[in-house]
Design a protein around this ligand. Structure first.
Ligand code: COA
Ligand code: MG
Length: 300
């Protein structure tokens, strides 16, 4: 899951475009991108989309939050059409994963039992954000934790979430970092927030590169033009692949727990990182961060 593209669930045109994109996941939205009056129509279109051919991106549906009456209606309508997963917004803590999972259990088709994943947008309320540090989010259905700074701004009364150089301010960086650590602690994918300024490709590259460097495995998108950039930023570079190959060779020929490469000591975590890079290049799991770029052992 490198790129996850949000698409309004009531736009057949945009859904067709998202389905044909190279996003790893599309998130068909029933929540904030859909006006309350348009929700029934959006549900109908999302069900129709899920019933269609399933080649291309995996299909998740963002349902409405558990504190609305729409959430239950969304789950009842959507689950029989067997989405790959649900995205839960505005959670108040890990207990919400249990609550949503109970709904899912009730409506999941027999052929799909246990297969519906849940990605939680985990930083949209202060209580959820704090619980990232205080509680375990581990759950069999949990597939990822995504953070976002837009709803949190409104929830804490911030007048802005970035400074005059477009960098996230301290409360939002804390939310981002807690999301990353809680996701890794729960053994699921940490997913970086959407970058709303969709015409600023350079800004997106900077933010996606920083996300991967720090350990995120993917980033959400709101516009198709962001998908290729995100996919590229989250793929191992040629430099990293070469470095990984040399590290593995050094361990194989050294037969020791610690070896040296270009005068730099390498031990078990470096071997682990090298293996993750090679696995990711072969379409396996995403590596843990933009590995060692700018870190002393990595000499391109
Ligand atoms: N998924 C699929 N297609 C999309 C898309 C998306 N998220 N965003 C834009 N497109 C399509 C447009 O329909 C347009 O198609 P066309 O060339 O056939 O007319 C094309 O991509 C270019 O779009 P553009 O004109 O640059 O932008 P726009 O003004 O049509 O749309 C937004 C801008 C922000 C309204 C739109 O990108 C959007 O709705 N994004 C998702 C919002 C969302 O889901 N938010 C909730 C999660 S934070
Ligand atoms: Mg929102």
């Amino acid at each position: 899951m490198r790129s996850l593209l949000f698409v309004p669930g009531n736009s057949a045109k945009m859904i067709a475009k998202a389905t044909a994109s190279r996003a790893d996941v599309i998130i068909l939205d029933l929540e904030d991108a859909i006006h309350p009056d348009a929700k029934p129509e959006a549900r109908r279109l999302v069900v129709e989309t899920l019933a269609g051919a399933s080649t291309g991106p995996r299909r998740f549906v963002r349902v409405n939050s558990l504190d609305t009456a729409w959430c239950r209606e969304d789950v009842e309508a959507i689950l029989p059409a067997a989405p790959d997963g649900l995205v839960l917004p505005k959670s108040s803590g890990p207990e919400d994963v249990i609550r949503l999972s109970e709904f899912v259990d009730r409506h999941e088709p027999r052929a799909n039992k246990g297969a519906t994943g849940i990605i939680v947008v985990c930083t949209e309320t202060p209580s959820s954000t704090l619980s990232l540090a205080a509680k375990s989010w581990r759950h069999p259905r949990l597939a990822g934790l995504m953070w976002g700074g837009e709803d949190l701004s409104a929830a804490i009364g911030a007048t802005a979430n970035r400074d005059d150089q477009s960098r996230y301010t301290a409360p939002f960086l804390m939310a981002r970092n807690l999301c990353l650590l809680a996701a890794r602690a729960a053994g699921v994918a940490p997913i970086d927030a959407v970058f709303t300024d969709f015409r600023d490709g350079d800004g997106l590259i900077r933010e996606a590169d920083a996300a991967r460097r720090d350990g995120f495995s993917g980033k959400a998108a709101i516009h198709p033009s962001q998908v290729e950039i995100i996919n590229r930023c989250f793929a191992p570079t040629d430099e990293e692949r070469r470095w990984a190959g040399r590290v593995i060779a050094a361990f194989e020929s050294g037969g020791k727990g610690a070896v040296q490469l270009d005068g730099v000591m390498l031990d078990a975590p470096h071997l682990k990182q090298a293996r993750l890079i090679l696995a990711a290049s072969q379409g396996g799991m995403t590596p843990v961060g933009r590995l060692l770029r700018g870190h002393p052992p990595f000499k391109p």
